[in-house]
Write a protein that binds this ligand. Structure first.
Ligand code: HEC
Length: 129
């Protein structure tokens, strides 16, 4: 009986962990996005399409996971985060299209638009001290 109860508690804790997107996961995804952005820039500068495409894929994957839990700002932050994430993926796709067509300036322009999304959220939600 004791084992079953402990098992249930462990199971409950595990499923809770699987569902909740916590701060450490967010930090992890942020670091992945930062590394992806660096990869994209490096690929553009080294004329390495494959590196750019890999960076775009990594960036899109991480950005689709980012969540901001509704706290004091309630739904505002959550919706804002969803919009930011979808903008990030939209501009990341444009980086991809441009680099495939060999347009480095176009790729760089859309890279900057992605960066603007990061900064907007950091100004609004992240609130660096
Ligand atoms: C929807 C809001 C939002 C967007 C969009 C966003 N960030 Fe963040 N970012 C945060 C928050 C919130 C934190 C603070 C993490 C925490 O403490 O929970 C953070 C922290 C970070 C950090 C610091 C991580 C650390 O180790 O402390 C980096 C780097 C970062 N973001 C990169 C990016 C990049 C690159 C992008 C764009 C591709 C981006 N962020 C887009 C909200 C956002």
């Amino acid at each position: 009986m004791k084992k079953i109860i402990i098992g249930l508690i462990t199971f409950g804790a595990l499923t809770f962990n699987l569902q909740a997107y916590d701060q450490s996961e967010r930090i992890q995804d942020m670091q992945t996005m930062e590394a992806s952005m660096a990869q994209i820039q490096k690929g553009i500068l080294y004329n390495n399409k494959k590196m750019v495409l890999q960076g775009v894929a990594n960036l899109k994957q991480a950005s689709s996971k980012v969540e901001i839990a509704p706290k004091t700002d309630m739904d505002y932050s959550t919706n804002f985060a969803k919009n930011q994430a979808s903008n990030i993926r939209k501009f990341a796709d444009r980086v991809k299209e441009n680099i495939k067509a060999g347009h480095k300036h176009g790729a760089a322009m859309n890279y900057t638009k992605v960066l603007d999304q990061c900064i907007s959220c950091h100004n609004k939600i992240r609130k660096w001290n």
